[in-house]
Design a binder for this molecule. Structure first.
Ligand code: JCF
Length: 679
């Protein structure tokens, strides 16, 4: 059948788009559209080519596996092509896969064994071992030729540079192992925090982060990135034999020291595969790594050989994908939120969109740099089309802009120069990423947040004082600071909107009850910047008394576990503000009280009264750990050397403090000396 000209044009258009997206994905590590959108375009092209075979060309994106390797890395030709997997998006497609296989093997469907495994969202890598030694590592590239990333792969701690020879089965002379290099979720979040703090571009998702980290020209950069690898198969094998079941091959790889995903199971029949899919789907959020589906493989290698390959992928395996965790939607506006400490957070208001089963209407944009980096544009009605994604179960994020869909009237977003709530200047200190409203407690938004924090469960735990109520109390000027809460009267509460007599009574009772608290909770409730729950508890434990904290100097504050110069400075500054002291006095006058903290007498501890300074790098334990243990023995650990210092403990590469200790003639201990003290 000859194709109508509009179909031919559509096919050309799809190819051009797919090629562009391929290039962005594989070469630039900077995809513009979600995978699901790419899959949709790909399937449309596939369907058209199937219907009109005359339109097929040799270089159509459907005719190959991936994209050209990056030219800066050397090339590696794969001895056995590295193919990708066919996809299934529904139970029905998985059942079709199962039926085809059973038919071709002449078996009943329940008699086919499958290995089921999570499908990691990273990048496929081939490792080549000769005589047990890692000699080369390559990306998949276009499946035939990949990039040589040996030096970078060598920096990944879990990739063995030499296999463990095991007597049971000798190592083949040449063994090619394949697997997925990925970035664990926790490492990804930490890396993005670092990127943002350094004013650099965060990665859109763990897969891009893994790819970007592997494609570094400088292996030192790769080494600094939290990468890991799970092996899931083999390529070429020379002069050696492997077991005849996929599952047994993976066990063998594990014995040789290669990391294999512990979630892999062998199951009988397609129904059991689908059970596995649901089980893993439920646990997806709690896995330490990102997965985008599961993979089923026929377990018997001889059956795999019978089944063979179709153009792009093995017939004996399929990837059963989870519903997309990414989607496209349109940006309606960017609003500004003002936090408790005045931090300004821009928030994207979005046209509602389903992302992996959850409707998303808002997403944080973190800060100004983030908006500038993505170059977000807003319009009079709608702005940019954006990619929204959810990684695991975490909050939705904006991953980027689809430039080709930008409305003509859209303009770059400009951060306001004044707080939208109180009109004070918004200031951004040099070197800081976060802009802040300078209004302090004059700003109603900050006041509301401060009061919400004060009342929150882990602080004063005032039940029934919710968001809406705080809004009304502040807006009607009934409550200016947390202490005003305790002056509220029945008539005032009853006059508020949506407050019944009963809930007003309950609130007053909750306020009364909250007066009996602990020093740690009270300190936390004050909302001192940098003082979280743990620090508040440490301060309480250490000083036992509010007045001592109010009067402590910077050095004394720093002798508290976990309190460094920044936190100490924040505490010190807080208590030097007259209005903060006034609020505290009002709170105490209102009847807030806590039990006296009784501690074991420091004099009975072996290092009581001793002043110690730690400097340089310790080998056996971290500095905070050493500090904590010394303090547990009664010692005071400070940050600077003075005449009062009893010992300076100098680790490796100690500098100025060690010099000063020598000048003051203070006893210097090495790490062994420290361990001695601790005993
Ligand atoms: O985890 C994966 N992304 C993954 C990809 C797992 C597998 O077992 C694969 C794969 C790509 C190809 N197996 C093949 C054959």
């Amino acid at each position: 059948m000859t194709a109508p000209s509009d179909i031919a044009a559509r096919v050309r258009e799809l190819r051009k788009q797919l090629n562009d997206h391929n290039y962005r994905y594989y070469v630039l590590d900077d995809p513009e559209i979600p995978d699901a959108e790419y899959d949709r375009l790909f399937r449309e092209l596939q369907a058209l080519e199937e219907k009109y075979p005359a339109l097929v060309v040799a270089d159509s994106p459907t005719r190959r596996v991936g994209a050209k390797p990056l030219k800066v890395f050397g090339e590696v030709r794969h001895a056995v092509p590295m193919l990708s997997l066919g996809n299934a998006f529904s139970d029905e497609e998985v059942r079709d896969f199962g039926r085809r296989i059973a038919e071709k093997l002449g078996l009943s469907e329940v008699d086919v064994d499958f290995t089921a495994e999570p499908k990691l969202d990273g990048l496929a890598i081939s490792l080549l071992y000769e005589a047990g030694v890692l000699v080369s590592a390559a990306t998949r590239g276009d499946g035939i030729t990949g990039e040589d990333v040996t030096q970078n792969i060598r920096t990944i701690p879990c990739v063995p540079l030499r296999l463990r020879a095991e007597a049971q089965r000798p190592l083949p002379r040449v063994l090619e192992v394949r697997g997925e290099v990925y970035m664990p979720k926790a490492g990804f979040e930490a890396l993005n925090e670092r990127q943002r703090a350094a004013g650099e571009k965060p990665f859109a998702n763990p897969r891009n982060a893994a790819a970007g980290s592997l494609r570094q020209l400088d292996p030192k950069v790769t080494a600094s990135r939290p990468l890991a690898m799970f092996c899931y198969g083999i390529g070429q094998v020379q002069d050696g034999r492997l077991p005849d079941r996929h599952n047994a091959i993976l066990s063998q790889l594990k014995d040789w020291g290669l990391r294999v995903c512990p979630e892999i199971r062998t199951v009988k029949g397609i129904d059991a595969c689908l059970d596995y899919y649901r089980e893993i789907g439920e646990r997806r959020a709690s896995l330490a790594y990102e997965i985008d589906g599961v993979v089923y493989k026929v377990d018997h290698i001889d059956q795999q050989e019978t089944l063979g390959f179709v153009s792009r992928a093995p017939r004996w395996a399929v990837a059963h994908k989870f519903p997309a965790q990414e989607a496209l939607t349109r940006l309606l506006a960017i609003d500004i939120q003002v936090g408790r400490t005045g931090a300004i957070t821009p928030v994207a208001r979005l046209e509602p969109v389903d992302v992996g089963g959850v409707t998303v209407t808002n997403a944080t944009l973190h800060n100004q740099d983030e908006i500038a980096r993505m170059d977000l544009h807003v319009g009079d009605h709608v702005g940019d089309t954006v990619v929204i994604y959810r990684a695991g179960d975490v909050i939705p994020k904006v991953g980027g802009v689809v430039l080709s869909r930008r409305p003509a009237d859209a303009k770059p977003f400009v951060m306001p120069s004044h707080c939208p709530v109180c009109g004070s200047d918004i200031v951004r200190l040099e070197g800081q990423v976060i802009a802040r409203c300078s209004g302090g407690l004059f700003c109603p938004a900050q006041r509301k947040e401060a009061i919400k924090h004060f009342a929150s469960r882990r602080a004063m735990d005032i039940e029934g004082l919710g968001e809406k109520l705080v809004e009304q109390l502040v807006d009607r000027d009934l409550v200016h600071d947390p202490a005003d809460l305790y002056t509220l009267r029945m008539e005032q509460l009853a006059a508020l909107e949506r407050v019944a007599q009963k809930s007003a009574e309950n609130l007053l009772a909750a306020l009364e009850k909250s007066k009996a608290t602990s020093l740690g909770r009270f300190l936390f409730a004050l909302g001192i910047r940098e003082v979280g729950e743990t620090t508040a508890q440490s301060l309480a434990q250490h000083f036992c008394d509010l007045q001592a904290i109010e009067e402590a100097d910077l050095e004394t504050l720093q002798s508290v576990p976990d309190v460094g110069p920044i936190v100490a400075n924040s505490i010190y500054t807080f208590f030097r503000q007259a209005h903060n002291r006034q609020v505290i006095d009002k709170l105490i006058a209102a009847g807030i009280h806590w039990p006296k903290i009784v501690v074991k007498k420091p004099a009975t501890l072996p290092l009581a009264g001793k002043v110690i300074v730690l400097t340089g790098t310790l080998q056996g334990l971290s500095r905070p750990e050493a500090k904590q243990r010394l303090q547990a023995l009664g010692a005071k650990v400070t940050g600077s050397v003075s005449k009062n210092t009893d010992w300076v403990i100098a680790g490796e590469a100690a500098g100025a403090k060690l010099k000063k200790a020598r000048e003051f003639n203070i006893e210097i201990l090495d790490e062994a000396g420290l361990l001695n003290l601790l005993q």
